[in-house]
Design a protein around this ligand. Structure first.
Ligand code: 4AD
Ligand code: MG
Length: 444
């Protein structure tokens, strides 16, 4: 048989050499045993160094050594791509900070290879969950003219010359002269377009990159991240809570089955609670709690939080983590947040001060999912858009959906990288996406 890949390590003993060969298909290396007398003429050991790309022919045999069941006893080796002496990934372990500076090579490490395989498995599991339940994937646009969250964290997309843009008679930049004849941005969420899909096809989901120009330098924020956004017609907040719980459990179960070797690695090397917390989330019913209830419990906790808690404040990571990690010790579906701190599209509850919002909080991460029942009443929505100070003419089409066959509908957004962080135990979100984009840094 033959095998090809990159050498992870090269070890010479008196009569034989041992090569650890990896092609990224799984965590374990293939042990290649090179005994010169078994090698055909013309095969040399030159160039066999950590990092080199090689193709090996030989016979697969049971391995007498420890650590592997099989080994490949080489009869010929070809160095397909040699490696310079300064290859940065020599044997010793590197810090994740350092590896971020060589993002073009870090997929060749055990950890990042495992992360990328888990990402792939997670993506497959997500598609499978929705496809098996009759959801249609909707491809929402990346370039958009609307601010889906109404929060203003938008990256502008333009072909206007930066230094000397065309101007209107009033002196403002003339967006009408831009490529699309108007101002456009990278999307912060595919939700509004998903609502168009749901109100025609009943159950849809989007799964695409989203972009936020918030200056958040945290271990949970990226400027470019991937979001999964299902949207369901004829669905209220309670139905959404059931969907999100079965979704997370199902996806985690599938990843656990598909990535057993990689998850055992994360449990042994990165965070020894990875496997037990996965098991726990899969088996334990999620806690349900309203925001108001959560505020009461946070106040009664006796904790001195950095950000004080009062009804009406947005929950900080420290609050979310206390609730899920220490208080109820399981995932929490938190609902009915104050209207003032949530987006304009959320369904206004009868109490006139909360909206039918839903966040899912999990240990170690805090918020992993944000969603809501949508405001489907034309008059109420129109007022919310105006109160939020959003330009009403940009949302005409969104309001139309409330004039023509409006129904209660709901959806959520899962931060894909936060899911991968949760599953792998990786502490920093920059290490679970191959090409992280954060304030001040965008390599490639
Ligand atoms: O809570 P968010 O902002 O909700 C929305 O965008 C809704 N439109 C979703 C919907 O209802 N269809 O974002 C959803 C999730 C968050 O819970 C978080 O997991 C993730 O997206 N997220 C981020 N992940 C990485 N970096 C960032 N800067 C993120 N911002 C949000
Ligand atoms: Mg949110």
């Amino acid at each position: 048989m033959s095998a090809q890949g990159w050498l992870r390590t090269v070890r010479h003993s008196k009569s034989v050499s041992f090569l650890a060969l990896n092609d990224g298909s799984c965590l374990g290396d293939l042990q290649v045993v090179v005994a010169p007398e078994r090698m055909g003429s013309g095969s040399a050991l030159q160039g066999l160094a950590t990092g080199a790309a090689v193709r090996v022919c030989g016979e697969l045999a049971l391995s007498p050594g420890k650590g592997q069941r099989f080994e490949l006893q080489a009869t010929s080796i070809e160095v397909v791509g040699g490696v310079d002496d300064d290859y940065p990934l020599q044997k010793k372990r590197h810090s994740f900070e350092y590896l971020r500076t060589i993002a073009h090579l870090r997929p060749r490490t055990n950890t990042h290879g495992a992360v990328l395989r888990v990402r792939n498995a997670a993506s497959r599991a997500i598609h499978a969950f929705f496809q098996e339940r009759g959801f249609l994937q909707l491809h929402s646009p990346i370039i958009t003219s609307s601010d889906a969250e109404g929060a203003g964290d938008l990256f502008r997309v333009t072909t206007l010359p930066l230094h000397d843009p065309p101007r209107t008679v009033e002196g403002a930049v003339d967006d009408a002269k831009d490529f699309f004849g108007r101002a456009t941005y990278l999307t912060v969420s595919g939700q509004l377009e998903a609502e168009i899909g749901a109100l025609a096809l009943s159950k849809v989901y989007t799964f695409g990159p989203t972009f936020r120009a918030e200056n958040s330098n945290t271990s949970r924020h990226l400027a470019e991240f991937w979001m999964v956004e299902p949207e369901v017609a004829f669905c209220d907040l309670k139905g959404l809570g059931e969907l999100v719980e079965s979704f997370l459990k199902d996806v985690l179960r599938t990843i656990r089955e598909d990535c057993a070797e990689d998850l055992a690695f994360f449990d042994a090397r990165i965070d020894d609670s990875v496997l037990s917390s996965l098991e726990f989330v899969i088996e334990t019913p999620f806690e349900r709690m309203t925001y108001s209830d959560a505020i009461e419990r946070l106040k009664a906790s006796g904790r001195a939080f950095e950000f004080p808690v009062e009804w009406g404040v947005d929950l900080q990571s420290e609050h979310e983590r206390w609730l899920t990690e220490e208080h109820v010790k399981r995932p929490v579906v938190l609902t009915d947040y104050p209207k003032a701190i949530k987006a304009f599209y959320m369904y206004a509850n009868d109490d006139d001060r909360t909206v039918a919002a839903l966040d899912v909080l999990v240990p170690r991460i805090g918020e992993i999912v944000g969603g809501s029942q949508r405001e489907h009443r034309f008059d109420v929505l129109k007022q919310r858009i105006a109160r939020a100070g959003l330009p009403p003419e940009e949302y005409d089409w969104y309001l139309d959906l409330r004039r023509f066959g409006s129904v209660p509908h709901a959806g959520f957004g899962l931060g894909f990288e936060r899911l991968v962080q949760y599953v792998t135990g990786m502490a920093n979100i920059r290490d679970v996406i191959p090409f992280p984009r954060v304030p001040g840094s965008a390599t490639f």
